[in-house]
Design a protein around this ligand. Structure first.
Ligand SMILES: CC(C)[C@H](C(=O)O)[C@@H](O)C(=O)O
Ligand code: SF4
Length: 458
């Protein structure tokens, strides 16, 4: 019988099929963060249990940590949020799991540091109580977001019961035009198919365009799968994946590398493998894309207009009109950050555009690297200086302005161009209007003071 890469990972982890029709799936790694992981960890300890395999459990501090440089990293940006940090720290120590604490040189957003440290690997199952865990499928892992109760169960038993999801193949062929990124591609696909378009499927992204994407861009593409209502996304591992994983802290060492790679090479869909749904995308048609509404599916290529059938409620929140161009809308804020687009390649792309320019007057522009390692690497290249000289704030690693945590935010009503993944009402703060875009478009717009593409595109 032919199998997809997803079938291969699923079958390799199936402990048994239960009378309910669900499968009991072995979980290789659990990742936690202080916002939701602390609940699971504390509940587990309170019930008198410990993780079955503490060395397979990882925890970082990312969601509520202050990302304002120089303000003291124990200072949570949510009023009253500090308790999540202290409770997580103490529970993680008691449980004996791998804790990547606020002051660790490895600290950062879970979906940024998991690949960076080689925790996400091809062929592994990895779960985290966070919806963007699908990002990590970019490395050929079977990774998906769960709730806190399931996280507790996975830690206690090393398994989870699950109904096998349907599968969707998204084949992307053709060359992305210059200046068009994986973020534009993700927004383009979601706009075409709708926010529910992935029908709770496990998506396999494949095709020549995907093969040509570096790992950081693949992570961006898979990150947005949950905004498309997918169970998760996966990209079959290849040479790009193997090269990326060499010498990472948790990657197989030299002694075990060959054996690991030989297994990883088998993790691809058979030629005649069956999928429940198929979508084909022509990458050449993708343009720099920006959302105009309050769902990631409500977007348009720069140069197009907001459609006549646009959702009224979304337009009223966003203060926009049907027929209005998505280009040249005046902004009040710009944010480069998040697990979608705050890796070194994202910061480099933005810095290239910003270099020698100034943020337009009246605009609050912020760049928050996705991890402390990204921040360090960026500083070694002098990117922090490029951002600061242009008038950007330069933060410490964390989720920061990707989501409103109750503390600092943009002023109500501010229109923000943002490299993040969610533009729901109030996502970045009460009344804040979010336009999702690539780091390049965020950078160009911050300089222009209005939504615009980098010069290569105009
Ligand atoms: C806090 C967490 C549960 C949440 C998620 O699951 O995605 C957050 O990361 C987000 O992006 O909204
Ligand atoms: S950066 Fe944003 S989307 Fe990603 S995990 Fe943090 S809050 Fe969620």
């Amino acid at each position: 019988m032919t199998k997809t890469v997803f079938d291969k990972l699923w079958d390799a982890h199936r402990v048994k099929t239960l009378p309910t029709g669900e499968d009991l799936i072995a979980i290789d790694r659990v990742f936690l963060h202080e916002r939701t992981g602390s609940v699971a960890l504390e509940s587990l300890l309170e019930s008198g249990r410990k993780p079955l395999a503490p060395k397979r459990v990882f925890c970082t501090m990312d969601h509520i940590v202050s990302t304002q440089a120089g303000r003291g990293r124990n200072d949570a940006r949510t009023p009253g949020g500090g308790v999540f940090i202290t409770a997580t720290r103490s529970a993680a120590k008691k449980a004996g799991i791998n804790l990547i604490d606020i002051d660790s040189p490895e600290q950062g957003i879970v979906h940024v540091i998991s690949p960076e440290l080689g925790i996400a690997q091809p062929g592994l199952t990895l779960v985290c109580p966070d919806s963007h865990t699908c990002s990590q499928g970019a490395l050929g892992a079977l990774a998906w977001g769960i709730g806190s109760t399931d996280a507790e169960h996975a830690m206690a038993t090393g398994t989870l019961r699950l109904q096998k999801p349907p599968q969707m193949r998204i084949q992307i062929n053709g060359k992305l035009p210059i200046g068009v990124t994986a973020k534009d591609l993700a927004l383009h696909i979601i706009a075409l198919e709708g926010a529910a378009g992935a029908k709770r499927c496990a998506i396999e992204y494949c095709g020549e365009t995907v093969k040509a994407l570096p790992i950081e861009a693949r992570l961006t593409l898979c990150n947005m799968a949950v905004e498309f209502a997918a169970f998760t996304a996966i990209i079959a591992p290849d040479e790009t994946t193997f090269d990326y994983l060499k010498d990472k802290r948790f990657s197989p060492d030299e002694k075990n590398w060959q054996e690991a790679q030989a297994y990883w090479e088998t993790l691809k869909s058979d030629v005649d493998a069956d999928f429940d749904f198929e979508i084909e995308i022509n990458a050449e048609e993708v343009r720099p894309t920006v959302t105009w509404g309050t769902s990631p599916s409500q977007s348009g290529a720069l140069g197009t207009i907001i459609p006549e059938d646009a959702d009224e409620k979304a337009l009223s929140y966003m203060g926009l009109k049907k027929g209005q161009s998505v280009e040249n809308i005046e902004i009040g804020g710009a944010f480069i950050g998040s697990c979608t687009n705050a890796r070194l390649s994202d910061l480099r792309a933005a810095a290239d555009i910003i270099k020698g320019n100034k943020v337009a007057s009246g605009i609050r522009a912020i760049c928050v690297p996705g991890s402390t390692a990204v921040r360090r690497a960026a500083e070694n290249e002098g990117l922090d200086k490029v951002f600061k000289d242009a008038g950007f704030e330069w933060g410490e690693a964390g989720c920061a302005f990707c989501f409103y945590a109750g503390g600092e935010t943009f002023k109500p009503g501010t229109r923000v161009i943002s490299s993040t993944n969610r533009n729901f009402e109030g996502r970045q703060g009460p009344g804040v209007r979010t336009h999702l875009a690539s780091p390049a478009v965020v950078a160009a717009s911050a300089i222009a003071g209005r939504i615009t593409a980098p010069e290569t595109q105009t």
